[in-house]
Design a protein around this ligand. Structure first.
Ligand SMILES: [Zn+2]
Ligand SMILES: [Zn+2]
Length: 348
């Protein structure tokens, strides 16, 4: 029995308040308290001294230890398995995108849930981590890397948002007509290097290379795929949209690529959002060079992704799935999605 308790303890260590409350709800126990209190409350049911007596939750709790362990295990699995249908956030690497659902379930092995993927490229954990809340992502990132204060000069730390999504999950929700299937150039932070003496922004350039395998090249040349450069403003008030810096200029393998159609000084494009330019035609197998210039001292993040186009029926199915999956919170996404969808449908 001690084994049951220790396995559950290991699993509970990965749970967030949300999952812990979910368990307590299923067990009919109070949900208030600090995280450790919630964990202890569940573990008490698994201890040999019949914890409910110690904790005074009365006798109404009639769950056996096995039943409690099963509830813990179910939620633990739910946190790990990507069981939902094709969604915008389906894959960051593309590696599991084409795997049938059954295969994902059959090959399930408990994996450590703590995965760190940050725009600084470091995989080290520190004391100030924040987790992406997307159910199929849950990556941890360094707060100092991804939370950007609105006014950095005032020395006030950025606010921790109530709902945090990593940049790839934000991107995935920015346009329902594209689903990411690969990231040849992973997200890169494009920070301000300061302002000129007269207070104006200075021109900044970032140059990077990324690799495309022969298979990648063949994929992006298929009609429903494209290679896309994307960019988001790190502390954008609207989480799920692309936004390019002011006076952004892009070059891919020496070819100038038009980033936005708006004037360089204007913020955002039509409908308060920007798009990601497609660079399939100027890409090549092997090493590709990308160069981004801007005159804008805000902090952005950009990258290159392989994306597959969704059809209108697929997007509608996606919307319905979203409503079923996340209920009321999806209204935010829905609003974003529908406005983009409307643009696509009414566009040229
Ligand atoms: Zn970092
Ligand atoms: Zn994420």
């Amino acid at each position: 029995m001690a084994d049951l308790a220790s396995t559950c303890k290991d699993k509970l260590a990965y749970f967030r308040i949300k999952e812990l409350k979910d368990i307590l709800h299923q067990l009919g126990l109070p949900k208030q308290g600090k995280k450790q209190d919630l964990i202890d409350r569940v573990l008490a049911l698994l201890s040999d001294e019949q914890g409910q007596r110690h904790h005074g939750w009365g006798r109404k709790n009639s769950f056996t230890k096995e039943a409690v362990a099963k509830i813990v295990d179910d939620i633990y699995r739910k946190m790990q398995i990507q069981s939902a249908p094709d969604l915008a956030t389906r894959s960051h690497t593309g590696s599991d995108l084409f795997r049938p659902k059954d295969e994902v379930n059959d090959s399930f092995q408990p994996q450590p849930v703590t995965k760190v993927r940050c725009i600084c490229d470091s995989k080290l954990l520190n004391d100030n981590m924040i987790q992406c809340e997307d159910d199929r992502c849950h990556v941890w990132q360094h707060m100092s890397c991804v939370l950007v204060p609105d006014k950095p000069t005032e020395g006030v730390g950025p606010e921790v948002p109530p709902h945090f999504y990593c940049e790839l999950c934000r991107l995935s929700r920015a346009d329902p007509f594209w689903v990411t299937t690969g990231n040849p150039l992973p997200p890169l932070k494009f920070m301000s290097s300061g302002v000129a003496n007269d207070g104006t922004s200075v021109l900044q350039t970032v140059e990077k290379t990324f690799q495309l395998s022969r298979a990648d090249r063949e994929t992006v040349q298929r009609s429903e795929y494209d290679l896309q450069v994307w960019c988001i403003l790190m502390n954008d008030k609207v989480q799920f949209r692309m936004q390019w810096p002011q006076y952004a200029e892009l070059e891919v393998n020496g070819f100038a690529v038009r980033v936005v159609t708006r004037p360089g000084s204007q913020l955002l494009g039509i409908n308060g959002r920007d798009d990601g330019p497609l660079i399939t035609t100027c890409s090549r197998e092997g090493t590709n060079k990308i160069c981004l210039r801007r005159v804008d001292n805000r902090t952005f993040c950009f990258g290159v992704r392989v994306a597959r186009r969704r059809s209108v029926p697929q997007v509608l199915t996606l919307l319905i799935n979203l409503v079923e999956m996340i209920g009321i919170r999806c209204f935010l996404f829905l609003f974003t999605y529908l406005s983009v969808a409307f643009l696509h449908l009414t566009g040229p």
